[in-house]
Design a protein around this ligand. Structure first.
Ligand code: HEM
Length: 543
């Protein structure tokens, strides 16, 4: 009898929850919390419990029931709100870079660089700008082990006096592809199979066998640099070319390189798995512990510069994200120090939204076509992931007032009291654009087209990188890459990938061929067969 009543009560709660979810849930309202515009005091630990509306909670231990053994009641609003809020705790994770960790810090300029850029953060020696940095892995999902092989995201938000600048880079200096058109396909090939739900070298090597320029990035990723020992001892790179623009409108093409002041430390594959076995959040733990101990990690920001008139002088295309700017000197313009662990993981590391399109006057995107695709993609995904008003969230909000006529949308927390929400207007005070903040102008020639870049130079820099590695790094690169390549069933894909390594460096290719039991004569034949062939239509050898 008691048991029957218990079941009725339990069923009651379940039905009630289902009813509430059905009533309130279907509309995919973005679960964004509002910015703290209210002057109400912020809750601290302890104290009187309140409901979300601020009302005191009468009982937080027991549901209201009809008598001792009866059903749970619908008028128990505190229970309903508690369950409904719980049901909505997860938001969509980032489609890439889902697993990450952030920290607060500051950037200190080494001098006045106004000769090159009007960006105020670089305008005076010792000028300080607050930053929020988020490190991440790229392919693996939220909660995955942090030591898995992957590039690491290295995204920095600068809260400048002229709005936010986001430098959204990686720990490796180049990228797999050079055109945004290929990005979703590349990510699909790297993510788990839609059938087996497992990451599969058969899929990603199949994709990369059609992308010869990927060998440069693959050389980095399969080296021990693909498994950094921690997040403090690795560099960061903006990867793309950007533009510095000075007050006269003069443009300099730049690459941004963060240089770790902690030095560099990478794990071998076995060290990385051993670290994972101990603690799969080892990188977060290391970062947090080091900051909490006052051992603040720091990076210097190096800038490489090229004048627009010099762009054509290189054997590679300086606007190709698969290339480093070999031979271009690097000037150190400042230092970033991370000095504070965020007070809440979700509100900072999860809700932070970076975008390469977030630039300040004096810094602009170059014509790099991979970067151009990113300019669209980030804000688009963030409106979906976090909601229309994601820039109102404290971690994303600029330190200067936002003044424009964008309005409303779900979870809008900006209290505005103006009637003139348009511009131009005869009413005062007028809103004015600032001509000094206009983007620079650039000359145009040629025709609208969809074609490969002219100077591809797909292999040379991968070879230079292979030769720059010491013996241990080369050995581990061969072992790591052949480890995955040996899982590939189609021998022709293996031959094709080995042919890229061989064209980068004969020793690299020969050793990879040995380790994958690929016949070197077949590799050479494949290279000859595919000379002048469109890479997406590469030809297989006769079986
Ligand atoms: C066309 C090429 C690319 C596209 C379309 C793309 C797209 C995206 C998207 C949709 C996200 C999730 C953003 C979010 O949910 O907030 C993301 C995150 C990220 N991407 Fe890319 N990406 C591209 C290339 C790159 C490259 C070349 C780099 C490095 C230079 C990079 C670095 C990052 C980083 C660091 C994050 C994580 C930011 C964070 O910590 O929140 N991406 N990317």
């Amino acid at each position: 009898m008691f048991r029957a009543k218990l079941i009725t009560a339990t069923l009651g709660v379940m039905l009630l929850t289902m009813y509430i979810s059905a009533q309130v849930a279907p509309k995919p309202t973005p679960p964004v919390s509002t910015a703290p515009v209210s002057t109400a005091p912020v809750a601290t630990a302890g104290g009187r419990l309140t409901e979300d509306g601020g009302q005191p909670v009468g009982n937080n231990q027991h549901s209201r029931t009809a008598g001792a053994n009866g059903s749970v009641l619908l008028d128990n609003f505190h229970l309903i709100q508690k369950l409904a809020r719980f049901d909505r705790e997860r938001i969509p994770e980032r489609v890439v870079h889902a697993r990450g960790v952030g920290a607060h810090g500051e950037f200190i300029s080494y001098g006045d660089f106004s000769e090159f850029t009007k960006a105020k953060l670089f305008s005076a020696k010792d000028k300080k700008t607050p930053v929020f940095l988020r490190f991440s892995t790229v392919i693996h999902p939220g909660g995955s082990p942090e030591s898995l092989r992957d590039p690491r995201g290295f995204a920095v938000k600068f809260y400048t006096e002229e709005g936010n600048w986001d430098l959204v880079g990686n720990n490796l200096p180049v990228f797999f592809i050079r055109d945004a058109m290929k990005f979703p396909d590349m990510v699909h090939s790297l993510k788990p199979s839609p059938i087996t739900n497992q990451q599969d070298p058969n899929r990603f090597f199949d994709f990369f066998s059609h992308v010869p320029e990927s060998i440069h990035m693959l050389t980095f990723v399969f080296s021990d640099q693909g498994t950094p020992s921690n997040l403090r001892q690795m560099d960061g790179f903006g990867v793309h070319a950007f533009k510095f623009v000075n007050a006269k409108g003069e443009v300099t093409y730049v690459k941004f390189n963060w240089r770790s002041l902690q030095g560099h430390k990478y794990d071998s594959a076995s060290e990385a798995s051993a670290a994972t076995a101990k603690n799969h959040s080892n990188h977060t733990a290391d970062l947090y512990e080091s900051i909490k101990a006052g051992n603040f990690p720091a990076w210097e920001l190096g800038v490489q510069m090229i004048k627009p008139s010099e762009l054509d002088k290189f054997e590679f295309d300086p606007l190709d994200a698969t290339k480093v700017w070999t031979g271009v000197k690097e000037i150190k313009v400042g230092k970033m120090v991370l000095n504070k662990v965020p007070s809440n993981f979700f509100q900072f590391s999860e809700q932070v939204a970076y975008s390469p399109a977030m630039v300040v006057p004096g810094i602009e995107a170059s014509e790099d076509r991979l970067l151009q695709g990113r300019l669209f993609s980030y804000a688009d995904t963030q409106r979906y992931r976090l909601g229309t008003n994601y820039l109102d969230l404290p971690v994303n909000k600029p330190v200067v007032a936002v003044n424009n006529n964008n309005q409303d949308g779900a979870l809008n927390g900006n209290i505005t009291d103006k009637d003139v929400n348009y511009e131009p207007s005869t009413k005062n005070p007028a809103q004015n654009s600032d001509p000094s903040a206009e983007y620079s102008q650039a000359p145009l020639t040629g025709k609208v087209q969809a074609q490969r870049i002219e100077k591809t130079l797909n292999f040379k820099q991968a070879g230079e990188q292979y030769r720059a590695f010491d013996k241990k790094m080369q050995d581990n690169l061969i072992a790591n890459m052949s480890g995955d390549l040996n899982a590939v069933k189609d021998n022709q894909i293996k031959i094709r990938i080995v042919s890229f390594a061989y064209q980068a460096d004969i020793d690299f290719g020969t050793r990879l061929a040995e380790a994958t039991k690929v016949n070197l004569a077949d590799v050479k034949k494949s290279i000859t067969l595919n000379e002048g062939v469109e890479p997406t239509k590469w030809k297989k050898l006769a079986e």
